[in-house]
Design a protein around this ligand. Structure first.
Ligand SMILES: *Cc1c(COP(=O)(O)O)cnc(C)c1O
Length: 378
């Protein structure tokens, strides 16, 4: 069954990217593979907009969130974890799993962080090893001001770690300009490749910390091993997912062909049309207006409507939407419009939502699809 994935990951994978995988598996120690691998890393660096060392890891996004912290932390090290939702919380859980101390700067879910609060804590607590933040908090549909926070963190010893898993290739990310020491991403969101690969960038400032850290735990995610193999052979220390590398290479070509500016503009338009369409129908958006994501839209279930809406969308119309996470489960739904999503996917989603809402006896106010069409015409 061909489902329309309107999820905030995994997203629709273009046929050319799927086809790229249908090639013979080759040895991961061959010169041929080294060339493809190096080329893929170079393309990823262009999308991250960085000169920093960049690595591709076999694993999902969480693997590189883990890797970012595993390589810098010693037990009892303090990390300022900015939390605006589930993925921000995940960074704190990872810090704790390495016996570090997570200093939580928490905001209401749906809101965004205030850079001034970050500054205040960095001034007060002198020995903070790193600051973690999620750019696009996929669980709430709100984004954080990563450029502004980077402006602050760069003046302290703390490393700046940013999760751009659901924003890179959809929203504006510039690793070097934003002073990001360690930036992580995943293959299955805005990059529109299949799940299974993750990317990580490492600055000079981060290497200084990593190279001094003899107490670290773990083995598979040891950045020093990845650097050694890449510098010497343009390979990974352990067998990578060879065919996924073919796919990511092609997916990155598509991102670079479209151009990052154009891609961000397209995502902004998709978000604007989705929000306007939902509001026109009488659905209230969840994330605070000034914080709203351009890659995922979150909305509140109206009175009398619940996850049954998603069930109808899926079973009757083959359109897959995401629900709420943790305490938002059953309260909100989320529409992912990232990757190669376009106008027709949004229009299809909004028109089927109208039918599904009517089936649940919700009094739909205006035509969401007409409203979205107007936005696309602008
Ligand atoms: C999807 C996502 C993750 C987790 O990625 P997995 O690939 O499921 O491990 C982490 N952070 C953000 C912001 C995400 O959207």
């Amino acid at each position: 069954m061909n489902k329309l994935l309107m999820l905030p990951g995994p997203t629709i994978v273009p046929p050319d990217v799927l086809l790229a995988m249908a090639k013979p598996v080759i040895g991961h120690r061959s010169k041929e593979f080294s060339e493809i691998f190096e080329d893929t890393v170079e393309k990823l660096k262009k999308v991250f907009i960085t000169e920093n060392d960049t690595f591709i890891i076999t694993g999902s996004g969480t693997a590189v969130m883990d890797m970012a912290l595993a390589n810098i932390l010693k037990p009892k090290d303090k990390v300022l974890t900015i939390i605006t939702g589930n993925f921000g919380e995940r960074f704190a859980n990872i810090v704790n799993s390495y016996k570090g101390e997570a200093i939580k700067l928490e905001y209401e879910w749906g809101d965004m962080a205030n850079p001034e609060d970050v500054k205040e804590i960095l001034e007060k607590e002198k020995d903070i090893k790193a600051v973690t933040v999620v750019h696009n908090e996929t669980s709430t549909g709100a984004r954080n001001p990563i450029k502004e926070i980077g402006e602050i963190v760069k003046d302290y010893d703390a490393l700046y770690i940013v999760d751009t898993i659901s924003s890179l290739g959809g929203d504006y990310v510039n690793v070097d300009k934003f002073n990001i020491d360690i930036c992580v991403t995943g293959s299955q969101k805005c990059l529109a490749a299949p799940p299974g690969l993750a990317g990580i960038t490492v600055s000079e400032k981060a290497w200084e910390v990593i190279n001094k850290n003899d107490d670290k735990v773990g083995f598979y995610l040891d950045l020093k091993a990845y650097k050694k193999y890449f510098d010497e052979k343009k390979q990974n220390p352990y067998t990578p997912a060879v065919n996924l590398i073919y796919a990511l290479n092609k997916a990155l070509d598509l991102v670079l062909e479209e151009g990052i500016e154009n891609r961000v503009k397209r995502h902004e338009k998709l978000a604007k049309a989705t929000r306007a369409g939902l509001e026109e129908m009488g659905i209230e958006l969840f994330a605070k207006e000034e914080a709203r994501s351009v890659t995922v839209t979150s909305a509140k279930y109206p009175e009398g409507v619940n996850d049954k809406l998603r069930e109808i969308m899926n079973k009757k119309y083959n359109i897959v939407l995401a629900g709420g996470q943790k305490h938002l489960s059953g309260k909100i739904f989320r529409i992912g419009h990232m990757g190669i999503c376009g106008e027709k996917e949004i229009l299809a989603t909004l028109s089927c939502l109208e039918l599904a809402l009517k089936e649940l006896n919700f009094e739909v106010q205006g035509s969401g699809v007409e409203k979205a069409k107007e936005i696309f015409k602008e």
